[in-house]
Design a protein around this ligand. Structure first.
Ligand code: G4F
Length: 348
């Protein structure tokens, strides 16, 4: 019999990749959409059009009764909890809602599984994050963060995710649930929302190349991230739920790069070489050939507390799950810029 999966956050980047992967593996895929979306709503119809195989369930991570009902009706073999307020910068502006959805929402999902009497049969995946580590000087292993590294979250988002991480472990230990946490480092791609820095850059580079935009405005250019491709990472999520035992797994590339490097490489994909002039908020990225300013700093994009560097050690996932990322850093930048060049050119 085909297995059944229930995905919260199915309309997000990872939800899209995962729904496709599970459908290709023969799963019956249910995807949760939040709120009272009518069939005529653009998000509903967009999802129906792009992924007609996803059976849409209207529910909300804040509504335990709706989640419990969904669990009772669907009785999924696997639940992937990907829904969250996931933008770190935004979480500073709406910290209470972030705590409710990104933190307590995990508890609601776990309780819904228990209330439906599925705690011994349904496997649960929690989307934990490298943001829980915080990247501080005293808390930065040279070789990268493992599953055992110390946590020191630096945003309301990171703190809420840490609650989700620990409550997942707690339900594993308290009720013997197959509840697993994937501690994923940044993962990007053509489905990434433009509010995240990689997609903001690839989109702007494409638009600048096509003469549709003049300048790209960014915040901190010097923070470093361990960036992989989201398509590779959903394969890791699935593998985590196919193990004999639940656990915690880091998915990362083991490489870290600055935002500045991403910018340089993205422009290079379109034949533009960037040189940097000035310092701090006055720094400018200049097109070497024309002398035109293409990148500016806008302090609006700085965060009250920053994670300066993230670097993951995926040894456990590679050894236990047999997982390895396929797309490397230059491959990721190329894929995103090429996608946005095509997309922006098509939009006229
Ligand atoms: O792309 P970002 O917004 O991603 P961030 O904060 O690393 O979080 C992402 O990865 C986490 C995993 O580690 C996830 F848990 C989380 O949900 C999300 O997917 O920012 C990356 C870096 C930051 O240092 C930020 O300050 O880029 C810097 N940055 C510089 N200019 C900018 C900008 N970030 C954004 N979003 N926009 C800017 O203009």
């Amino acid at each position: 019999m085909a297995k059944t999966a229930f995905i919260t956050g199915v309309a997000g980047q990872d939800g899209g990749h995962l729904a496709k992967l599970l459908h290709e593996k023969g799963y019956v895929v249910y995807g949760m959409l939040r709120g009272q979306l009518e069939a005529s709503h653009p998000r509903y119809s967009q999802l129906k059009q792009e992924m007609p195989y996803v059976k849409i369930v209207m529910a909300d991570l804040l509504d335990l009764s709706a989640l419990a009902r969904a669990m009772q009706e669907i009785k999924p073999d696997e639940v992937y909890n990907l829904a969250a307020i996931s933008h770190v910068g935004y979480s500073f502006r709406d910290p209470v809602l972030t705590a409710d959805i990104t933190g307590k929402g995990v508890l609601n999902m776990l309780e819904a599984i228990r209330l439906a009497g599925l705690e011994k049969t349904t496997r649960f995946y929690q989307a934990s994050t490298s943001e829980m580590f915080g990247g501080l000087d005293y808390n930065r292993p040279e070789e990268g963060y493992t599953e055992e590294a110390r946590f020191h979250p630096r945003s309301p988002y990171g703190v809420a995710k840490l609650y989700g991480h620990w409550i997942t472990k707690n339900y594993r230990e308290s009720y013997g649930m197959f509840a697993t946490s994937g501690i994923l480092f940044n993962h990007e791609g053509e489905r990434r929302g433009p509010e995240f820095v990689t997609r903001k850059i690839s989109k702007a580079v494409a638009r600048i190349k096509l003469g549709k935009q003049d300048v790209l405005e960014l915040g901190n250019l010097d923070s470093k991230r361990d960036w992989g491709y989201a398509g590779d990472y959903v394969e890791g999520m699935w593998r985590m739920l196919q193990q004999d035992e639940p656990g915690d797994f880091v998915l990362a590339t083991g490489e870290t790069h600055t935002i500045r490097e991403f910018v340089e490489l993205a422009f290079k994909e379109t034949g533009i070489e960037i040189t940097w002039q000035g310092k701090d908020v006055d720094e400018l990225g200049i097109d070497k050939a024309t002398g035109k300013t293409l990148v500016k700093i806008n302090p609006e994009f700085f965060r009250p507390a920053e994670v300066d560097i993230l670097l993951g050690d995926p040894t456990k996932a590679e050894t236990v799950l047999g997982w390895k990322r396929e797309v490397d850093f230059p491959g990721l930048v190329k894929l995103m810029v090429e996608y946005d060049l095509g997309f922006e050119a098509g939009r006229g």
